[in-house]
Structures are given as structure tokens and as C-alpha cells.
Design a protein around this ligand. Structure first.
Ligand code: PGA
Length: 254
């Protein structure tokens, strides 16, 4: 039996704003309202659209920011792309990589692994997203999930593994009209993800990697997912645009 791993302290909760809100001014209102709720005892990361990064970082210097994606290239003629070094210079400390909404646009594991290595080379921490599209009763999705983790981390050394956190985000649980995974299923899967991380990065590093859950996290389910699911925090989409909901989720993690 997998031994029960105590959750990492402090836990980590990351806001993925996707393509919202419309302006940095609106984004600043969200962070200011969140700050007024006085959340403590938990790491908080904000991933606004990259164009808002510098102005939000200038306004909230103590806050941790990340980008929602990063180029696999370090420099060169790549219209529309943002390099890890540029993200870092604009105030990002980490990059979300391999989000299912990017994978749906055509990113495969090979590209994801190049992005992971480019982000680390550029001085960023990585929040790698993995997750199955659907579940089958025979458990084939677990094999696919293992393959996704191994391939996305291809070429990553155990030393580099210390710069990685993983967000387990089942695609079927993400977005409007979807429901979060249940705590029992989450426990089973988070332990499986941990086992694959130990095999891929070595036990010492694999045990220390933060494993987050994402997909319809809300104030109503955060507590039971944390206590029942053995995760170290959350990657939050919709609810992170609502400072009251996001602060309630962060408080559940504290
Ligand atoms: P959601 O999105 O919380 O809106 O389901 C999660 C994510 O895409 O990271």
C-alpha cells in the first residue's frame, strides 16, 4: 500500500485566469479584493494573461505571478510567442505548461517537454498540467496518464525536477457545466501520479513534488478534495476570477 504522504506545507493555490478579465485594471481589482480577505499560511500564485503581467507585478510586488504558457524556443523569429526569459523579466516566477486547453490546440507531449525544459533553462518554475480526457472502467486512462507524465518530463533531470509542480486536471472536470472529481477518485489518482513521479524523477525528488488538483474547484468542494484527495493544493480556473470564492478556496488550503 502506498504510504500516506503528509501534504506539503504550506499548500499551493494557483489562479488560472485564462483569457480574462478584459483589462489589467480589472485584474488588479480581483487581487486587491483577495488581499483584503487576509489569507495566510498558503502559497498563492496568479496567472493573468501575459500582457497584464508587468503592470500587475508593479502594483503587487509581493505577489507571485506566472504565465499560462511559454515558448519552447529561447529566442528567434517566432511571431506571437513569449520566451521564458521575457516572462521572467516581466515578473513571472513560474509557467503553467501543458494545460489541456493548449493540448487541445495541438500541443503534444514532445512539445510540452521542450517547453518544460525551456522554462527551467529560463529560470522559471513549472506547473505541469496532465489529465485524462475520459475515464474507462478498465483503468486504461491510468496507463495514458503515466505515459503523459513520463513523456512531458522527458529529458528533465532529477535536479531539474525540484523546479516542477504537477497539476492533475482531468479534462472532463474542467470548465462551465462540469463537475469536480470526487475525493475517493482523486485519492486513487493523486497516489498514482505520485508513484509515476517517483519512478520518473527518483523517489527523493518525486516525493517532494507538489501535486495539485484542478477542474471545477469551488469553495464548496475544496475542503473535501484536500482532506480526502491527498493533494497539495489547487489550480483554479473560473473561481479564481471571483476574489471571494478564490479566497475561500485558499483559506481551505491554509
Ligand atoms: P475550472 O478550470 O476551475 O474553471 O474548471 C481549471 C483549469 O482549467 O485549470
Amino acid at each position: 500500500m502506498t504510504k500516506k504522504l503528509s501534504p506539503k506545507k504550506p499548500r499551493l493555490v494557483v489562479a488560472n485566469w485564462k483569457m480574462a478579465p478584459e483589462s489589467a485594471k480589472d485584474g488588479a481589482k480581483i487581487i486587491a479584493a483577495f488581499n483584503r480577505r487576509k489569507v495566510s499560511g498558503v502559497h498563492v500564485g496568479w496567472c493573468p494573461p501575459a500582457v497584464m503581467l508587468s503592470s500587475l507585478k508593479a502594483k503587487f510586488r509581493a505577489a507571485e505571478f506566472g504565465v499560462q504558457d511559454v515558448s519552447a524556443e529561447q529566442s528567434g523569429a517566432f511571431t506571437g510567442q513569449v520566451s521564458a526569459a521575457q516572462a521572467k523579466a516581466a515578473g513571472a516566477g513560474f509557467a503553467v505548461i501543458g494545460h489541456s486547453e493548449r493540448r487541445a490546440l495541438g500541443e503534444d507531449d514532445a512539445l510540452v517537454s521542450r517547453k518544460v525544459r525551456a522554462a527551467i533553462a529560463g529560470g522559471l518554475y513549472v506547473l505541469l498540467c496532465v489529465g485524462e480526457r475520459e475515464r474507462d472502467s478498465a483503468g486504461r486512462y491510468l496507463r495514458d496518464l503515466a505515459g503523459q507524465i513520463q513523456a512531458s518530463l522527458a529529458g528533465v533531470t532529477p535536479a531539474e525536477g525540484k523546479k516542477i509542480a504537477v497539476a492533475y486536471e482531468p479534462v472532463w472536470a474542467i470548465g462551465a457545466g462540469k463537475s469536480a472529481i470526487g475525493p475517493t477518485e482523486l485519492l486513487e489518482t493523486s497516489r498514482f501520479v505520485r508513484k509515476v513521479l517517483r519512478e520518473t524523477l527518483g523517489a527523493a525528488v518525486g516525493d517532494k513534488v507538489y501535486v495539485l488538483y484542478g477542474g471545477s474547484v469551488a469553495p464548496e468542494n475544496a475542503g473535501e478534495l484536500l482532506s480526502g484527495g491527498e493533494v497539495d493544493g489547487f489550480l483554479v480556473g473560473r473561481a479564481s476570477l471571483d476574489p471571494y470564492a478564490f479566497s475561500a478556496i485558499a483559506k481551505a488550503c491554509a
